[in-house]
Design a protein around this ligand. Structure first.
Ligand SMILES: [Zn+2]
Length: 401
């Protein structure tokens, strides 16, 4: 808990955005906490900080890794990401004086996991997986127009050399991340451990409705082409589509909406809103995104409003390693802790790492399911139980052929 308190400063609300001085300070602290355990670490060109504990028994090739991220969304919580880094430190402390290990164990704090600043999530892990390169970093910008490359340079990193940060899959055996659930499944079922089998994909749409802006007093109700009234119907239709879906993992959200001109005496002429469609099955994900577009067109046609539906991004769901999930379930059983297999609605660094090697995620409960909010909370006992499962999972993966 001492390490958690240090890494979650100043808490409980945390604004430690990607590629800022505050994020780099947290990485420096991670490196010094590893050094306290006698573990040397380095920071790569992308800003990921990686420490390694050498094997102390007959060596086998391929490292076992664990870790998470230290950045947050604006006004986020102290637990998202940080819990996984603290658990990695707890594993490092227990392993350096524990049972024999045949493989190198690596402890990782990924850089820039949150997409809140630059629109792209999991940047550090995408770079090590070869999914994001130097050219991409010059394209991505934050709200103020600063490119990701410029922000990285400002932090002393080397965006032009990020290709040097790529991981070689032959150098690895498996990766497992501990993370807070950011949902309510574990809390409702009173289960201390979640083992993730699938990470939801996400299709992101931007819908633009154009009606006619006019005087609120002078324009009779039957002659209006009100873009906001149309948008309101579309938003409720998105919710209805998700609620009516056969699968509990179908989630459709309108998270941002702008109204123009946005005045009390003017009928809204233009509304732009975003739709985020999350699914654990790619066929259903595409069908749901298609259905959202159809509903918006139907509503717009009925109300005499023009509509444009644009696809901003499309990421398919990721099925994680069955081998790592089985090791995590066996670890929980060995420790007498009930575990539940579940899907992750949020994206995580490990879904990028899973392109390189067998990879898995272990969840601990989140109080009230709250996340990306200062209200994030998991008890010290819940985190300790998760870290114990993580350690045991790593020993089991270490022992594999
Ligand atoms: Zn996270």
């Amino acid at each position: 808990m001492r390490r958690f308190a240090a890494l979650s400063e100043p808490g409980p609300g945390v604004s430690r955005l990607a590629y800022t001085r505050l994020e780099r300070q947290a990485h420096d602290l991670f490196a010094s906490l590893l050094a306290d355990l006698g573990i040397a670490s380095y920071t790569d060109a992308a800003g990921n900080t990686i420490g390694e504990l050498a094997p102390d028994a007959e060596p086998r090739p391929g490292a076992i890794g664990t870790g998470s991220h230290l950045d947050s969304v604006p006004h986020g919580g102290a637990y998202d990401g940080t819990v996984g880094v603290v658990a990695a430190l707890a594993v490092a402390a227990a392993a350096s004086a524990g049972r024999p290990r045949h493989r190198p164990w690596r402890f990782v704090a990924f850089a820039a996991e949150e997409g809140a600043r630059f629109g792209q999530a999991c940047n550090g892990s995408r770079i090590v997986a070869g999914l994001t390169g130097a050219a991409d970093l010059r394209q991505l910008t934050d709200r103020t127009g600063t490119t990701m490359a410029a922000a990285m340079t400002e932090c002393g990193l080397a965006p032009e050399r990020v290709e040097t940060a790529r991981w070689d899959p032959r150098d690895w055996r498996a990766f497992v991340e501990l993370h807070i659930e950011q949902g309510t499944v574990l809390e409702h079922r009173r289960v201390p451990v979640g083992v993730v089998d699938t990470v939801s994909g996400s299709t992101r749409l931007r819908v633009c409705l154009t009606g006619v802006a006019s005087h609120t007093g002078g324009t009779p109700m039957e002659n209006r082409r009100d873009a906001l009234a149309a948008a309101a119907e579309c938003v409720l239709d998105c919710e209805r589509l998700a609620v009516a879906a056969a699968d509990v993992n179908t989630r459709i959200t309108v998270g941002a909406l702008t109204v123009e001109p946005g005045a009390i005496t003017i009928i809204p002429g233009r509304v732009v809103f975003t739709v985020d469609v999350r699914e654990t099955d790619y066929g259903r994900q595409r069908a749901a995104a298609h259905a959202v577009g159809q509903r918006c067109r139907t509503v717009a046609a009925r109300r005499g409003v023009d509509v444009e539906v644009e696809e901003l991004a499309d990421t398919p769901p990721v099925v994680l390693s069955r081998e790592v999930a089985a090791a995590a379930r066996a670890a929980a059983t060995a420790l007498g802790l009930p575990a539940e297999v579940l899907a992750s609605g949020a994206s995580h660094d490990t879904q990028q790492i899973s392109r390189l090697m067998p990879a898995g995620i272990v969840f601990v409960p989140s109080r009230g399911g709250l996340s990306h909010s200062p209200g994030e909370f998991s008890t010290a006992d819940q985190i300790a139980a998760g870290a114990a499962v993580l350690l045991e999972t790593m020993y089991r993966l270490d022992a594999t052929a």
